[in-house]
Ligand binder design. Structure first.
Ligand SMILES: O=P(O)(O)OC[C@H]1O[C@H](O[C@H]2O[C@H](CO)[C@@H](O)[C@H](O)[C@H]2O)[C@H](O)[C@@H](O)[C@@H]1O
Length: 392
């Protein structure tokens, strides 16, 4: 596949537009400056600056963080025993209410014929989120493994349709979990995209760099938040430090963003963890925090998200602005909404939300869980296979 020069660019949303560099790159993309650091000179987090940074515990209640943290995943079923880390989180849900909600977001399985009817003369481009879509939500993020049948299914999908995984995890981590070389990968919520080398792309796009993979093969990377690497690294270390006394808290470094998990933190400590993260982040005007499923995601303030990543990949694949292309995006999280929105606004394809709970969404269809995702993908593969057989 040859990547074409993309015209979608990360337009920055920093509120101080006059602050541009001589290169025309916005300050928020410039190399990290130590002045931004809330850390001591040694670069270490200290108790004294920790105290100074700690605001009032009410901040996190009054600014809506706590409510968002509580609402960020369906309530878990009460369990009397401590489960293993790979235990699938089980959720309570109201069946009647869910069925009512589904009137607005019909099952993609029930609507399968309608979906493929529109896909008949088109080329499907498949975009998949990872956690909660290809793997079930589990207690420990390091144990979110994909089942072998799911892996085989995704591999078959990639045989017939260009397929990309767009995840909040770092690109390396998501590849280690998926282990399929025939896919495209976008990590860190789309801020780290890998594609085969294309001279035009790498020469023309300021955010593209050439690199080599572990096998020494040349690759092209698209990394619009590269300047933030030192800042993200610093915040990661600080967040580890300030959460280490909170039982169950887990901080992950995803290269261009950081995740602070509170799924395994006692609910009466959520305000504390939220407040501490909030107090650190407010010292970094170039970083923002978003809410995922029992996770706070810290990321650069740039106008780049999973929706932009979909547009970038479509353009790179030469599939943009074409009536004969039908993108399908399947995801379960708030961050996937940006991608659903891109498809919905342009009436270009289908967003499918994976959810066991009522949620407002820009998706058009729904699936309950990764099992249903697998069924849907298998139906799609079988349908395509049949189509090809008929053509022969
Ligand atoms: O964009 P995604 O691929 O969906 O990644 C989003 C986050 O997924 C992971 O966290 C979520 O899944 C974990 C494993 O099931 C679960 O324990 C956690 O509560 C969920 O929030 C990942 O660990 C995060 O870093 C990603 O940002």
């Amino acid at each position: 596949m040859d990547l074409k020069p993309p015209h979608v660019s990360p337009i920055l949303t920093d509120p101080v537009p006059s602050n541009k560099s001589r290169l025309g790159i916005h300050s928020s993309l410039l190399a990290y400056s130590q002045q931004d650091s809330p850390l001591s000179n040694s670069g270490k987090y200290t108790k004294s600056n920790s105290k100074k940074n700690m605001g009032n515990l009410d901040d996190v209640r009054s600014n809506g963080w706590l409510d968002a943290m509580k609402a960020s995943s369906p309530p878990r079923k009460k369990s009397t025993h401590k489960g293993s880390s790979a235990q699938v989180a089980s959720f309570d849900y109201d069946v009647e209410d869910y069925n009512l909600w589904m009137l607005g977001y019909p099952s993609a399985l029930d609507a399968f014929e309608k979906i493929v009817d529109r896909a008949k003369d088109k080329k499907i481009a498949m975009f998949l989120d990872y956690d909660g879509t290809l793997s079930p939500i589990v207690e420990d993020p390091d144990c979110a493994f994909m089942s072998e049948p799911m892996r085989t299914t995704v591999q078959s999908v990639a045989k017939y349709f260009p397929t990309a995984i767009i995840s909040g995890r770092s690109r390396d981590k998501v590849f280690d979990l998926v282990k399929l070389t025939e896919l495209y990968y976008a990590g860190s919520h789309g801020m780290d995209i890998i594609g085969p080398v294309s001279d035009i792309l790498s020469v023309n796009h300021p955010n593209c760099i050439k690199s080599t993979d572990q096998q020494g093969k040349e690759i092209t990377l698209f990394q619009p938040a590269r300047e933030f690497l030192p800042m993200i690294d610093e915040v990661f270390k600080t967040l580890i430090e300030i959460t280490k006394d909170i039982e169950g808290a887990k901080v992950e470094n995803h290269k261009f963003c950081v995740s602070v998990h509170y799924r395994n933190v006692e609910e009466n400590n959520w305000t504390t963890i939220g407040q501490r993260v909030h107090d650190i982040i407010k010292n970094y005007p170039r970083l923002r925090s978003t809410h995922g499923r029992k996770v706070l995601e810290i990321r650069p303030v740039i106008d780049w998200n999973k929706g932009k990543a979909v547009e970038f990949l479509l353009e790179s694949l030469g599939l943009t602005n074409r009536n004969d292309v039908l993108p399908i995006y399947i995801g379960d999280d708030k961050t996937d909404e940006d991608a659903f929105k891109v498809l919905r606004e342009r009436n270009r394809g289908y967003g499918i939300l994976v959810s066991l709970a009522r949620k407002e969404s820009n998706a058009l269809y729904s699936l309950r869980d990764p099992n249903e995702v697998m069924k849907f993908l298998q139906l799609l593969v079988n349908w395509k296979r049949d189509q090809e057989t008929v053509k022969k």
